[in-house]
Design a protein around this ligand. Structure first.
Ligand SMILES: [Zn+2]
Length: 154
């Protein structure tokens, strides 16, 4: 499923999530979300690099009718306040929205790459415990070591 979220939407959402340290949401704030186990389709946001103004300008030049009003779902939401704040920053320092959101995506991609490498290293280090068979990096897992010590003290 493709949605029309643009750079303004994504930067405003990122600002809101960062202001409230909603780190769980940060993980999900990518332009492409895989299909969920709950049966939701894969989601993509092909317009995430374009600003509202650029998309509106494109529509005007190509005589494409579009809805000027904000989404009724967004009315009264904090998202609009964040959009206005970002627009003020953008006016003073053009490129702010792009730098804010696209650098976030870059960092996130690097982090995921590093996390993937660490997970792979961990997988390679692990082998079955000689006593119980659970994955461990030692010959005998820490649980079995602890149980062996406890038995020795009885
Ligand atoms: Zn064990």
């Amino acid at each position: 499923m493709a949605t029309g979220h643009n750079l303004d939407d994504e930067a405003a959402r990122l600002l809101g999530n960062v202001l409230h340290w909603q780190t769980d949401y940060l993980d999900k704030q990518t332009p492409s979300l895989p299909a969920s186990l709950g049966g939701f389709a894969k989601k993509v946001k092909p317009l995430y690099r374009l600003t509202e103004r650029e998309i509106a300008a494109y529509a005007v030049i190509h005589h494409i009718d579009y809805i000027v009003e904000e989404c009724p779902m967004a009315k009264g939401s904090k998202l609009l306040a964040y959009k206005h704040a970002l627009n003020r920053l953008e006016a003073d320092s053009p490129g702010t929205k792009q730098t804010f959101y696209l650098n976030f995506l870059d960092r996130q991609a690097k982090q995921q790459e590093t996390a993937g490498k660490i997970a792979e290293q961990d997988r390679q280090r692990l082998h079955p415990c000689t006593t119980c068979g659970q994955p461990t990096s030692a010959n005998v897992c820490s649980y079995c070591q602890m149980m062996a010590k406890a038995k020795a003290h009885v």
